[in-house]
Design a protein around this ligand. Structure first.
Ligand code: PLP
Length: 487
């Protein structure tokens, strides 16, 4: 590149940025899949992708023209991406993004404010604070709460459970875990996200400090089982320091009975953390909000905005009921959150990150430019889509619904007549792999109660019932083809 390298406020720099953005947009358009065809995934396999990547020189000695670099990247990189905009890209919880949020990413990158301290992000600091305050109010947390944005649900769960640990320890972790910490337990449903166990390990409690509480037939934490677990802990000297509810589990979309969990946590003197990475978006809708009743009782909440709030990754929040709880995270640094500057807010005091992006900006812009009512309609559409997909699975004799859809996830498997249990697992693995390898559909695959399960996760508001019906036909056809080839 021969023009300006940096945004220095000059007209020449802005012209160069405009030209570069235009080139990026051209490449984006050309990297879209063929119209009318489902191509959510590259049909080139992993070995070929490795070869293509290895042929790229990321750091040439001399500059290459931006247009050529982007055209090459479009052909080699973007054209071989997973396309979340395709309705048949339905495995995971990463959604298409609101275009207003994607566009605002440019302003975040171009201004590059860092959220750790007021002197790096003056207005941005208060904007993030305002945003988390608004999320708290929407959820129904009382005044006096707080929160901070994180890179994702994993990071939010880690921070929430760190607060739980410090709550149990009676304050910040100054000299390591107290002697009794080996008896501390975190109670979460068997369907809770893996990041809960991971957090327990990072926090020095050990993965096995997480006790998996049995779920009911719908995949929700079984309250009677929770009571039994608590009673057992009381007998054996275990100390429940946290109860973790999940509002929208990863595999079944199940929402734990949050009010009952809040009661149990309160009675046990335990921290109540809710992983609402998925379910936080339900509070946008007056119709769906009752599904997450009890969320407002949480001490801390994970709310992922890069799931059903359609933000580009990363955008998650850790929200807390009591602002003081975040005090245990604070680590004074002479250059950053200086005690004599107590008239300003330094968000590093709430965060496990130091340098951190101004992601609040894209969230704020896109939420304002869309409006709560419209967002609510999008969430409602996806929940309805999952419910109807569940019914469609039930109606098909070659498919079996494994759990009732409760949010945006449909867990099922192929179950053609005359195939024995062992063969069914292999068949379902095969169906998912074949669809992926052909590039036609990205369907989720997991295990549920010991069996291989397929999963559709609906995060794309543009997906229609017809898209889903056609995808189920394609899944069934793939199973038949697999059986025929094996015969
Ligand atoms: C319930 C739940 N919690 C946490 C996470 C982790 O979120 P992230 O991938 O943003 O770290 C996920 C991811 O799917 C999830 O489903």
């Amino acid at each position: 590149m021969t023009g300006p390298l940096f945004l220095d406020g000059s007209p020449a720099a802005h012209d160069a940025l405009r030209a570069a953005v235009a080139e990026v947009l051209t490449v984006l358009a050309s990297a879209d899949g063929p119209p009318g065809e489902h191509r959510p995934f590259p049909s080139a396999g992993p070995a070929r992708l490795r070869e293509i990547a290895d042929a790229i020189e990321p750091l040439p000695d001399e500059a290459e023209p931006l247009g050529e670099v982007l055209a090459d990247v479009g052909r080699t990189v973007l054209a071989h991406g997973a396309r979340v905009t395709d309705p048949w890209c339905a495995a995971h919880l990463h959604p298409p993004t609101l275009l207003t949020a994607a566009a605002t990413e440019l302003a975040i990158a171009a201004t590059n404010q860092s959220m750790d301290s007021y002197d790096q992000a003056p207005m941005a600091t208060y904007v993030e604070d305002r945003l988390v305050g608004r999320l708290n109010a929407l959820i129904g947390l009382p005044e006096g709460g707080s929160g901070v944005l994180t890179s994702g649900g994993t990071a939010s769960n880690l921070l929430g459970l760190l607060l739980a640990r410090d709550h149990a320890a009676g304050g910040a972790n100054l000299s390591g875990l107290p002697p009794g910490a080996a008896r501390w337990r975190i109670l979460a449903s068997a369907g809770a996200h893996v990041s809960v166990r991971q957090a327990a390990a990072v926090l020095g409690l050990g993965r096995d400090a997480v006790v998996a509480v049995t779920t009911d037939d719908d995949g929700r934490m079984d309250v009677a089982a929770l009571d039994r677990t608590l009673a057992q802990l009381a007998q054996t000297g275990g100390v429940p320091i946290a109860v973790v509810g999940t509002a929208g589990t990863t595999d079944t979309g199940a929402i734990d009975p949050l009010t009952a969990l809040a009661d149990r946590a309160a009675a046990a003197g335990a921290w109540f953390h809710v992983d609402a990475a998925v379910g936080s978006a339900l509070v946008l809708s007056d119709r769906l909000r009752p599904l997450v009743a009890g969320l407002e009782r949480a001490d801390s909440i994970t709310a992922d905005l890069h799931k059903l709030w359609w933000q580009p990754i990363g955008a998650s929040a850790l929200l807390v009921r009591d602002a003081d709880a975040l005090g245990s995270v604070r680590e004074p640094a002479d250059y950053l959150n200086r005690t004599e500057d107590d008239d300003v807010l330094n968000l590093v005091d709430r965060s496990l990150d130091t340098s951190r992006r101004f992601d609040a900006l894209k969230i704020l812009v896109s939420l304002r430019a869309t409006g709560r009512r419209r967002l609510a309609g999008l969430v409602e559409h996806l929940v309805d889509l999952a419910a109807k997909a569940g019914e469609a699975v039930r109606r098909r004799p070659d498919l079996e619904l494994l759990a009732p859809p409760q949010t945006v996830t449909v867990l099922f498997r192929c179950r053609p007549d005359g195939v024995d249990a062992d063969r069914l697992d292999a068949l379902n693995v095969d169906v998912q792999r074949r669809l992926l390898a052909s590039g036609r559909a990205v369907v989720g695959r997991t295990r549920y109660r010991g069996r291989v399960a397929l999963k559709l996760t609906f995060t794309n508001p543009l997906t229609s019932h017809d898209d889903v019906a056609a995808l189920l036909v394609a899944v069934g056809a793939e199973a038949s083809a697999g059986l025929e080839e094996a015969a």
